[in-house]
Design a protein around this ligand. Structure first.
Ligand SMILES: [Mn+2]
Length: 457
């Protein structure tokens, strides 16, 4: 029997709600996982990506990660991992550094044997690279095989890539996919193209308040068949208070509900719905702070409803921006970059890198047409207005990037890129904390930073 601890989406370095305590929480969760691994004497720890929250973790985060990996190494437990979308860098990966230091193994197209099992890895593959994926894994004599990878897969909800396609195309017939990316722990068995188990281990701390379920990891036993069990982790207390205000009810009702709960050191997440009076979030946050809550976050769904009404009856700001950009007569290259900055699919901290990558790609493609201004409006004043535009255009681009830095459209990001409830991007729209990191995720490697591991060697 071979027992593997399957974890992922650790998100080290995430200062959720801008709190140093939360950074420590993410670290503590990783330490707990390692401690359990040592205590259980598992045969390996498998990490399915997003060890770090950001592709530029701080030195403290790197050192903290290293100390956990050393703990595992001291206990002779291999740490086998792939690269997730959050942490992916262009060339070398953080994981390569840990491998060089002898405390981690980067899984890839060649099997790594643990007990009776051959383990393979596939880093997060951006959508744009999937067509070129070779699926070329080196064959093995081992009876059981597992692939560790990072991405949102069908048939799970919110999947954007069918795991059955991955299984069918791969040159090794995997018995099991050990997955990261979706922060909701879950498992499925598929019959096609062959029988296989698919499982997400879930995140080890709540990277978004929408991750309500208890956090944990998987223990995967390979013997007669495959047995997947969950183990829970003790994490920061999150107190969820969902209040439906009746007409005439207001803050007082919310305070009553909060009084029923132990708030000390907890992250308190208040969601308000219903018909009642308007509530000032700052007062509720103050109430939480006075009772020792680490953080209090208020989402007023009624405000969202009002905002939507305004959108419909007055103007659609997104549409207005799109129209204005169409008028600017930008080149396709410029529009492409605008999209990168403004669509807010990219974490604020990664925008510079992603834009740089995109410019590099455009230059490499060497299509002069991409830099030709689009045709402006026709008419006599075309020349004049184009000239005007070249100045005005630059100013507008600055404004837009400033707006993007200010995270102007978090809701679009969430819905377009990731499921509420499920993946790591899912902070509820309207959640009062729009911390840059939380609304970050998926698209940050669509830039092409993350190379598919297969075929590299
Ligand atoms: Mn993640």
């Amino acid at each position: 029997m071979t027992e593997v601890l399957h974890t992922g989406d650790t998100h080290l370095g995430y200062r959720q709600y801008h709190l140093p305590e939360r950074r420590r929480d993410f670290q503590a969760a990783f330490e707990s996982v390692a401690a359990d691994a040592v205590e259980r004497e598992v045969d390996a720890v498998v990490h399915a990506g997003d060890l770090f929250h950001d592709r530029q973790p701080g030195l403290a985060d790197i050192m903290d990660a290293l100390s956990v990996l050393r703990t595992l190494d001291d206990a002779d437990i291999p740490f086998l991992a792939v690269v997730g979308n959050h942490e992916a860098k262009r060339d070398r990966q953080w994981l390569d550094l840990f491998e060089r230091l002898g405390v981690a193994t980067r899984l890839g197209a060649e099997p790594v044997t643990v007990g009776d099992v051959a383990l393979y890895g596939l880093d997060f593959v951006p959508r744009s690279k999937r067509d070129d994926l070779a699926y070329d894994f080196e064959p093995t004599d081992h009876e059981q095989t597992a692939l560790v990878t990072h991405g949102l897969f069908e048939p799970f909800e919110h999947g954007d890539w069918d795991a059955r396609e991955l299984l069918a195309e791969s040159t090794v017939s995997f018995d099991c996919l050990l997955l990261g990316d979706d922060h909701t722990p879950q498992q499925r068995r598929v019959e096609e193209p062959h029988e296989a188990w698919l499982t997400y281990c879930g995140s080890t701390e709540r990277a978004s308040a929408s991750e309500r379920e208890d956090r944990g990891y998987n223990l995967v036993r390979f013997g007669d068949g495959i047995d997947i069990r969950r183990r829970g982790l003790e994490t920061r207390e999150f107190v969820y208070v969902d209040v439906e205000l009746a007409p005439g009810e207001g803050s007082q009702r919310i305070y009553e509900r909060l009084e029923e709960q132990a708030l000390e050191d907890a992250v308190v997440v208040v969601t308000i719905a219903g018909e009642g009076e308007s509530v000032t979030p700052a007062e509720v946050e103050q109430f939480g702070a006075e009772r020792g809550a680490l953080a209090t976050r208020v989402t007023d769904r009624r405000e969202l409803a009002t905002a939507e009404t305004v959108d419909v009856s007055f103007a659609d700001p997104d549409l207005a921006v799109r129209e204005r950009i169409a008028d600017l007569g930008l080149s396709t290259a410029a529009r492409d970059i605008d999209e990168t900055i403004r669509a807010s699919k990219v974490a604020d901290s990664n925008v510079t890198d992603v834009v740089e990558d995109r410019v590099r790609e455009l230059v490499d493609e060497a299509d002069p047409g991409a830099f030709e201004p689009a045709e402006g409006p026709t008419g006599e004043d075309e020349r004049a207005s184009t000239d005007e535009r070249s100045e005005g255009g630059a100013a507008t681009a600055d404004d837009q990037s400033a707006a993007a830095q200010g995270d102007s459209t978090p809701a679009t990001d969430e819905t377009a890129t990731s499921p509420a409830q499920a993946s790591d991007t899912a902070s509820a729209p309207g959640e009062s904390d729009a911390s840059g990191g939380e609304s970050a995720e998926r698209a940050d490697t669509e830039s092409g930073d993350s190379q598919a591991r297969i075929g590299e060697y």
